[in-house]
Structure formats: C-alpha cells, structure tokens
Design a protein around this ligand. Structure first.
Ligand code: XMP
Length: 503
C-alpha cells in the first residue's frame, strides 16, 4: 500500500482575489476544446438520457456551449438527433433535405416532423430545382399518398446565385415575402432549371442574428457531440454518428483508464481521424497520459463527483473532484490535450474553480436536467414543478441502455423486464427529481455571469489567463460554512443559489 495522499473537492478551496483592471463585461469566456470545436461558453451538457437530446444540444450550442447526445437510444434514433442538431440552423444550408416530384406528401410530413423544418426544395434525378413545397401548400391535403408534384410551387420561384451573402439573401426574401431561398447554378445552357447547390432560410438567418455567440462548425452549423460505447455496437454507432455530421465523439465509460476502453479509443481514432475524440472518465494524470497515447483529443475527468453518483460509496473508489481536475489538467496541458471537468458542479463558483484549476471546460448534468430543453415532462409535487433526473448507473437507466458504461451490459440484457434479475445489477447511481429551472438560456446566463465575475476578481481576461493567475487557498469546514448563506431563517430563492442539500 502506498502513502495516503490528500485530495480536495471544490468546497475545500477558494480562489484568492487579485489586483484587477478587468471588468466582467470585458472578459473573453471562449474555450478551445480542439481546432474544430471552439466554444464561446466553456460548458458541455452531460451525455445522459434525462439531459441531452437534440433540444438540449441545440439550445446549448446557441448559447455557445456543446451538447453531448446520450447513447441510450437505438443507433438510428441517436444519429437522427445529431442530424436534427446539424440541420437546425446555419446561415446557409449546403445540403438541404429535398424531395422528388413523384414522392408522396406523407414523406414531406415525416421529414417536417423529424427535422422541424417547414418546407423543401423539390429536385429531379439530376439535382435540378423543379419546385418548392412548404407546409402552407400542404395544409389542405387529405391524402398522404398524392405526389408532391401536385402541390409544389413551380412558377416564379425565387432563387439566387452562388456567392449570395447572408444580408443579400435576407433582403431578397423580405422583398419577395418568401421563407426559403434556394441557391442554384446554371445546369446546361438553355435549361430553365438550375442545379440546387444550397439554400438560405429566413428562420435561420434570424437565428444567426439572435444567437451571435452560437458554437458552430466551419459550415455555420451548430456543433454537436454524441456518446458511444465500445465493441461492435459502438463501432456501428460511431459510423452512423459520423455520417450524421457529429463533431465530437465521446467514449462514455465510468472507467476510461481500462484496457478495453483505451483499445477502442485507438481504433476509433484510426477509423475517424477527423472527428474530435473525447475519452473518459478518469481521475489521475497517468490516466490522461494513457488516453492521450490512445488517440484522445479531449479527456473527461470525474470519477464519482456527480450529483446522482454513488460510485464512491458503492465501490470505495473515486477522487475528490478538485484534485482530480487539478492533476488531470496539469498533465493535459503538458500534452496539449483538452480536459473536461465532469460532474459535481453545483454553483457557478465551482465552474470558476474548475477552469482556474486548468480544465478547458466543464460538463454538467444536474444544472441542466431541470430545464425546458431536457428530455421529459415536468411533474407537480406539492404544487411545485420538478423534472426527473437519473444517474446513468441507476437501475432504471442501466435497464434502458447504459449498463455498458458500468461494465454490466450482459446482466442488463439477461434481466429484460424481470425484477428479480434486475436486482443483480449493481447500481452506481440513483434517480430522483430536480426543481424546474426554466429555459437553458437562463441557467447558462447565470453560469456565464458567475464565470465573468470570477475572472474580474482575478484580473483575468481569458480562460488560459484565469488558470495562470489562479492562487487557490484551502478553506476549513468553518470557512465553507461561512461561504454559504448563514444565520438567515428564511432564504428567498435566487436564480443562482440554492441552500445546500435542498436540491
Ligand atoms: P452532475 O453533478 O452534473 O454530474 O449531475 C453529471 C455527471 O455524472 C456522471 N454520471 C454518473 N456517475 N453514477 C456515477 O458514478 C451514475 O449513475 C452517473 N450518471 C452520470 C456523468 O459523468 C455525468 O456527466
């Protein structure tokens, strides 16, 4: 047995204030996870089935962060979610969903629901634009089997040429009162139908203006991450996600520093060298080194800090999160690998501490699970609104597809609907309810505000400067008590503070 070393959690430390000439409104909170994944807010949403599906990934990317879509769904469903994020908005859509004139309008309805779009260009087999069909054209259709041809607009189509700017497109659409502007290039001379090469939509252009800090790829589409497991199913999943346009693949495991995960990471990197690869979870510098050696671009840090995690009490294993982040970020920075501080974030101050300890970004589950954009409905208990949240290691979540994260896939498969067999699963998480927290933008606004203020106190203009300037002090239990609200009988709710333990 080695010597016992001390490890700390967020509440054990504080950042000493420093002389500053920096105002919170002037700081830059952008974070670079990778050359292809640049965020304007250092925040990822957890790959959990009560946290990140398409709605969350879209909302978070609009605020400048990144959603990592969970993998407890069939491959095609998860890939569909990624596709929905990638198609949700971009000033210019390079490969719009199209229909053929002979296809039934039922297909148009399906695609409208899937991609939440209101209409489609109609093209012939050579890719020439022959019409446009929108929900307005289809409002009165009674038979889903009638061909699109019968309902599409063909005359006086408003189109524009390659090279049209966002502003020109907007003016044109406003002038002609249309919602979509196909971009065409001439087909062979004399042909009235040009080849469809892309499309602007009015809605997207408005969103570009509404969300100026959105996290986007080189083609102007929102960034999106997604989780995969290992083995042949993981490979198939990765394949489908890459085809759907995913920007970051995260290998989702409770123990990233294990042979099977590392081998799979190397394989995945080999097969998809252009996709950013995130590997985790780990809690030591050695593990970060191992992940980097096996192709990780980003390493996710956190063994047991999560609000719904019981890994540490069930297995006796883990590392208080502040020390884990400090150690892993130090090694990550040495190796040029980004680190994500995953789990255990309760307040914006914890985010500041994680970033000051050197993490590139944080990942949160709890803080986002109670929002409008997380999957699931609100529930009313005693007149208050809640949303369900559960650990991916809870029995419920493992039975719906996350058991492999805890190396228990075979038990879950055997158990099927049987309660008796399910009791053989060894959970490392719980399920419960969280207070409803409003829209994602409200939560991220508070988190960003806290980060900005923290940087102001330290005189840091950028996140790398925050880590450079950070001087942590250890606080005693009395110090931690003093840090929280004390000696007040009734505490009114604040948007960025809950009394500890009250959820
Ligand atoms: P927060 O604190 O934001 O943490 O709710 C979210 C992170 O917790 C991890 N996670 C789990 N860890 N058992 C665990 O030990 C679980 O059941 C579990 N579910 C999620 C995960 O890393 C997530 O991002």
């Amino acid at each position: 047995m080695s010597d016992i070393t001390e490890a700390l959690s967020y509440d054990d430390v504080l950042l000493a204030p420093q002389a500053s000439a920096v105002l919170p409104r002037d700081v830059d909170v952008s974070a670079r996870l990778h050359a292809n994944v640049q965020l304007s807010l250092p925040l990822l949403s957890a790959a959990m089935d009560k946290v990140t599906e398409a709605g969350m990934a879209i909302a978070l990317a609009r605020q400048g962060g990144l959603g990592v879509v969970h993998k407890s769904a069939p491959v095609e469903v998860q890939a569909g979610m990624v596709e929905a994020v990638k198609r949700s908005e971009s000033g210019f859509i390079i490969d719009p969903v199209t229909l053929r004139p002979e296809e039934p309008v039922g297909k148009a309805f399906d695609l409208m629901a899937k991609f939440r779009v209101s209409g489609f260009p109609v093209v012939d087999p050579a890719g020439r634009l022959v019409g446009i069909v929108t929900n307005r054209d289809l409002r009165l259709v009674e038979d889903d089997g009638t061909p699109v041809r019968e309902h599409m607009t063909t005359r006086g189509l408003i189109t524009a040429a390659v090279g049209t700017t966002l502003e020109q497109a907007r003016d044109l659409m406003q002038e002609h009162r249309v919602e979509k502007l196909p971009i065409v290039e001439p087909a062979d001379t004399g042909d009235e139908h040009g080849l469809l090469v892309g499309m602007f939509t009015f809605k997207d252009i408005e969103k570009v203006r509404k969300y100026p800090s959105a996290a986007k790829d080189a083609r102007g589409r929102l960034l999106c991450g997604a989780a995969v497991g290992v083995g042949p199913e993981g490979e198939e999943r990765a394949e489908a996600l890459v085809a759907a346009g995913v920007d970051l693949l995260g290998i989702d495991s409770a123990h990233g520093h294990s042979a099977g995960i590392l081998e799979f990471a190397a394989k995945l990197k080999d097969r998809h060298p252009d996709v950013v690869l995130m590997v985790g979870n780990v809690a030591t510098g050695d593990a970060v080194r191992a992940c980097a050696d096996h192709g990780a671009d980003v390493v996710k840090v956190g063994v047991g800090p999560g609000s719904i995690c019981t890994t540490r009490v069930v297995t006796g294993v883990g590392m208080p999160q502040f020390t884990a982040v400090l150690e892993c970020a130090r090694v990550g920075n040495e190796l040029g690998v980004a680190t994500v501080a995953d789990g255990g974030i309760r307040y914006s101050g914890d985010v500041v501490k994680a970033l000051a300890a050197g993490a590139t970004t944080v990942m949160v589950g709890n803080l986002l699970a109670g929002t409008d954009e997380s999957p699931g409905e609100q529930v009313l208990v005693g007149g208050r609104r809640y949303k369900e949240y559960r650990g991916m290691g809870s029995v419920e979540a493992m039975r719906s597809g996350s058991a492999d994260r805890y190396f228990q896939a075979e038990v879950a498969e055997r158990s099927g609907p049987s309660q008796a067999e399910a009791s053989k699963l060894v959970p490392e998480g719980v399920s419960g309810l969280l207070p409803y927290r409003g829209a994602v933008g409200e939560v991220t606004g508070q988190l960003e505000g806290g980060i900005r203020s923290g940087m102001g106190y330290l005189g840091a203009r950028t996140l790398p400067e925050l880590a450079e300037r950070a001087r942590f002090v250890r606080q005693s239990a009395a110090g931690a008590r003093e840090s929280h609200v004390h000696d007040v009988d009734v505490v009114h709710e604040a948007p960025n503070y809950q009394v500890p333990g009250r959820g």
